[in-house]
Design a protein around this ligand. Structure first.
Ligand code: SAH
Ligand code: SF4
Length: 348
């Protein structure tokens, strides 16, 4: 059966016309799914029961099956492992802090980029998620919050996968999520994170989008970055940074850079210095995140003292930086970690 979350408004309208229904039915269905957030098509009681039956015989509302859920000890982070119809597994995380409710969604099952320190990269690539599979993850979080009478505020594409290698589906999903007749999440509250696929960043810069962009740097020299992120061999720092500058110029937006601080690997004075030079004068912000340890990567997170030193270095060069806490570390909230943990258990 087809996932109705994979339907855009025009395709739903076309379907209604094909079924001889009035045009407003498409709007009613849209509103039932994204505003009332019904959990089954049978529950869309604004529709006549014959239409509900017909919809339910042809479509399913979401295709994600929960395998496991884990809540952090502080209760601020809830992580879920979903199974897709073809047996692939993906993760979604709902985080609540700083007065924000943010859902972190996966864009692919696995990832081809293969960053050394990342649990998803260590798994390899399986497949792209459809727009509906991404939208379904956001609906999962939004429905939980609804039962508490609160709304989702932010969406980040920072779960499993590289969004810019699944460009069209990601943008279709984001269009659906920010539709004002639907969930209406403002694009300013949506962030796409990329490992730095230079030509696609360039394409995005010209696409007239309003979502925020974060670029994962993790190193300020090609030698170190290529070791941590093999994608750097294809898309090295020089052209990447030139494209980031172009992106800022075209969109007028501030860019975020992500830096996972790894003890004695990229937390040195030299790396901080090189980073300052690279980002000098750019409209940007640096997020410093102490490494989340993963099974297949032996390095450790940078110490608190090293993180503070690194941040101060950037600030002295007028580059705004924040050290992010490793939220939900007790539930392995780093991307791909819940799934790899389960795999390990299965193999034992
Ligand atoms: N593929 C995209 C988005 C998903 S990863 C990207 O790489 O940007 C989201 C962020 O988590 C990236 O900045 C990534 O580098 C970071 N990350 C992955 N594994 C991590 C780990 N073990 N510790 C800290 N950050 C990690
Ligand atoms: Fe893929 Fe991002 Fe993980 Fe790198 S950090 S392997 S790009 S998900």
């Amino acid at each position: 059966m087809k996932n109705i979350l994979d339907m855009s408004t025009p395709s739903l309208l076309k379907k209604m016309r094909a079924w001889g229904e009035p045009d407003y039915r498409a709007r009613q269905i849209w509103s039932a799914i994204y505003q009332q957030q019904v959990v089954s098509l049978q529950q869309a009681t604004s529709l006549p029961s014959s239409l509900r039956q017909r919809l339910a015989s042809e479509f399913i509302l979401g295709n994600l099956t929960t395998i496991t859920k884990q809540q952090s000890v502080d209760g601020h982070t809830l992580k879920v492992l979903f199974r897709l119809p073809d047996g692939k597994e993906i993760e979604t995380v709902l985080m609540r802090y700083n007065n924000r409710r943010t859902v972190c969604i996966s864009t692919q099952a696995g990832c081809a980029v293969g960053c050394e320190f990342c649990a998803t990269g260590q798994m390899g690539f399986e497949r792209n998620l459809t727009a509906g599979e991404m939208v379904g993850q956001v609906l999962w979080a939004s429905r939980i919050l609804r039962t508490e009478g609160i709304r989702l505020t932010n969406i980040v594409l920072m779960g499993m996968g590289e969004p810019l290698y699944n460009y069209a589906n990601c943008l279709n999903a984001l269009d659906r999520l920010s539709d004002e007749n639907g969930m209406g999440v403002s694009p300013r509250r949506i962030t796409l994170s990329t490992a730095g696929i230079t030509p696609v960043i360039e394409r995005l810069a010209h696409a007239g989008r309003r979502e925020r962009l974060a670029v994962s740097l993790h190193a300020a020299t090609d030698e170190l970055r290529s070791q941590l992120m093999p994608v750097n061999q294809r898309h090295p720092l020089g052209p990447l940074l030139a494209t980031c500058k172009e992106y800022i110029e075209i969109t007028g937006q501030r860019l975020s850079f992500e830096w996972a601080l790894i003890d004695k690997v990229n937390d040195s004075e030299e790396q901080a210095q090189a980073l300052c030079q690279m980002l000098s004068g750019m409209l940007c912000h640096v997020n410093l995140i102490p490494l989340n340890p993963t099974d297949d990567y032996s390095e450790a997170p940078a110490s608190q003292a090293a993180a503070t030193r690194f941040k101060k270095h950037l600030e002295r060069a007028n580059i705004p930086a924040t050290v992010r806490l490793r939220r939900g570390i007790d539930i392995r909230a780093g991307c791909g970690q819940l799934r790899s943990k389960r795999r390990m258990r299965v193999q034992k």
